[in-house]
Design a protein around this ligand. Structure first.
Ligand code: ZN
Ligand code: FE
Length: 256
């Protein structure tokens, strides 16, 4: 059950994601930072856009929605909890919803923290997860609305997906996130190896996303709260409560 995936750079550092289920020929777009680059790619593929899936209400994820809907007639999906501040929704989703996308099932996962009504879209058949500004490449979203405990629980749900899951998140923040991770653990071999790969990818002018969940589990400080080495790097006792480690890491990143 193949799904074709296209990364679309938008604005300064956003990504929209275009996917097509080859069995049904259906296409969906995850977040719309900007209409022009997205419509250009859709036109080049010749795909018919059926859905727009929104992760959260921030302008850099929804500003192009009206124009893309006007041009394509796509149906807009988003969190029921945030229907009052998202563009008009055709399908309002809650956690546990499993709408169809062609031959694929889509699982909706609540991932509050960055915003309270943030959702992720997981396609188990394709091994893809669209995480917006919750789990990000080598990092996680800033806590604008939610609490550390909410984000910690959200990341825990995503971390429990199969490690080969491909994570598609909202921004090209990988290098800056990696610099923070390396500031805590400068000699960590997996972090150094990943940074070398990230630098090489960026030097070639390519996106550093998507990323396998396994890579995030090994290198993302926000998924390694149970690792005693990270607790030590943050000045906490080994065996410190993982939520306390996460909270310390998030607050250190805010000040980095
Ligand atoms: Zn955001
Ligand atoms: Fe964003």
């Amino acid at each position: 059950m193949a799904v074709e995936l296209i990364t679309i750079p938008c604005r300064a550092d956003n990504y929209a994601w275009l996917l097509s289920d080859s069995a049904s020929g259906r296409a969906a777009l995850v977040d719309v930072p900007d209409a022009a680059p997205v419509l250009e790619v859709i036109e080049a593929t010749g795909w018919v856009l059926d859905h727009v899936w929104l992760t959260h209400h921030h302008g850099d994820h929804i500003e192009g929605v009206a124009e893309v809907v006007a041009a394509t007639g796509a149906q807009v999906w988003g969190a029921a909890a945030d229907a009052h501040r998202l563009p008009p929704l055709d399908v309002a989703l809650t956690e546990g919803a499993a709408p169809d996308f062609g031959a694929q099932k889509v699982q909706v996962i609540d991932v509050p923290g960055h915003t309270v009504g943030h959702i992720a879209y997981y396609l188990p058949g394709a091994g893809l997860a669209f995480t917006g500004d919750s789990l990000m490449s080598w990092g996680c979203g800033r806590l604008f609305e939610g609490t550390p405990a909410q984000m910690f629980a959200s990341l825990g749900k995503l971390a429990a997906l199969p490690p080969e899951t491909v994570i598609c998140s909202g921004h090209e923040y990988t290098r800056a996130n990696g610099r923070f991770a390396l500031s805590l653990e400068p000699d960590h071999p997996a972090l150094r190896k990943r940074m070398a790969e990230v630098e090489a990818t960026l030097a070639e002018g390519h996106p550093t996303l998507p990323v396998e969940l396994a890579t995030e589990l090994a290198t993302n400080p926000f998924l390694r709260s149970a690792d005693p080495a990270l607790a030590r790097a943050l000045g906490l006792a080994e065996g410190a409560d993982p939520l306390a480690v996460f909270t310390a890491a998030r607050s250190a990143k805010d000040r980095f």
